[in-house]
Design a protein around this ligand. Structure first.
Ligand SMILES: [Fe+2]
Length: 306
């Protein structure tokens, strides 16, 4: 899945999806019952920008089912993105008129997620996650001959909120939620758990020690320093996955995700930097041990003064 150009979709993400959905259905089943657990929703309304019902997800669902979902999400982020944790997720419900207009989320975390508990046979129009295509962000570069007209599908990526679908995207990209056109019944709305993957830092599964890795990471300083001295200005996250053999050598250094970006004039330098970081990671050496290790290694870049 490298690089993430705009987004990644994982369908059938959680075995707990049906149980979480059933809990939501049950709590809204009888509108005449005024139990205290119905009074947890905030109508979040920033006029002209955001409108949705929301509540902290961790407090809403039965603990066992929610914890299982949450742990799976955290581990997915560790192994796939090199992010150690997730921000406390929101549960948001979009009924008629709810939306999120264009915005970016900086610096909430290097990756945003949306996990849908909306029934796949949706009972409203709209509700898609919208993400501006990179070509639009770099419009004039792609504008040249042959001149041609284009329409919305070439401006936006849109992701339907299918049931049990995890969508992950780079939240620096302008994004939003298409206005929901349907009823005011919460059970007919767009229902999602959402937040950000945070704390990008090395994550080790296996016997390699953090201190050993910290020592080897110094090898990256020279590589990155050389690129930055050459005038390259780059922003974003490059996450590598390293496989360390029992003998201590790195036998594989692949790119998990790459959201590093720069201006087109120095794109070749950015690609060279990614290759150099990979090559340096392949030269890491660890103490021999009885079993292999797997390391998710995020490397973050931020322009000076950015
Ligand atoms: Fe957002």
């Amino acid at each position: 899945m490298a690089p993430i150009r705009t987004h990644v979709v994982v369908d059938r993400f959680s075995p707990q999806a049906a149980e979480l959905r059933a809990h939501f259905e049950e709590r809204f089943a009888d509108p005449h019952r005024a139990t205290s657990d119905r009074f947890v929703w905030d109508l979040w309304n920033v006029p002209g920008q955001y409108t949705a019902l929301r509540t902290p997800a961790y407090a809403y669902f039965p603990k066992r089912a929610y914890d299982a979902f949450h742990q799976a999400l955290v581990w997915w982020g560790r192994r796939t993105l090199g992010c150690h944790d997730v921000s406390p997720p929101w549960l948001s419900c979009y009924v008629n008129g709810c939306e999120q207009r264009w915005h970016s989320d900086v610096p909430h975390g290097p990756f945003a997620f949306v996990f849908s508990l909306t029934p796949s046979a949706k009972r409203f129009r709209g509700g898609q996650t919208l993400i501006l295509k990179p070509a639009i962000l770099d419009f004039w570069r792609h504008f040249g001959a042959p001149l041609r007209a284009f329409e919305e599908a070439e401006v936006l990526d849109e992701v339907e909120p299918k049931f049990n679908r995890l969508t992950v995207f780079d939240p620096r990209l302008p994004h939003g939620v298409r206005r929901v056109d349907g009823s005011l019944e919460p059970r007919d709305g767009r229902l999602v758990i959402h937040g950000w993957f945070v704390q990008p830092r090395p994550f080790i599964e296996g016997p390699v020690r953090q201190a050993e890795l910290a020592r080897e990471l110094r090898r990256l300083d020279a590589v990155v320093g050389k690129s930055l001295e050459s005038g390259l200005e780059v922003d974003g996250a490059l996450s590598l996955t390293l496989t360390v053999a029992p003998g201590g050598q790195v036998v594989k250094a692949g790119v998990l995700v790459d959201t590093t970006r720069t201006v087109p004039e120095v794109e070749a330098l950015r690609r060279a930097l990614v290759r150099d970081v990979q090559r340096a990671a392949r030269s890491f050496v660890f103490r021999p041990r009885s079993s292999a290790s797997r390391i998710a290694l995020p490397v973050l870049f931020e322009r000076q003064g950015a």
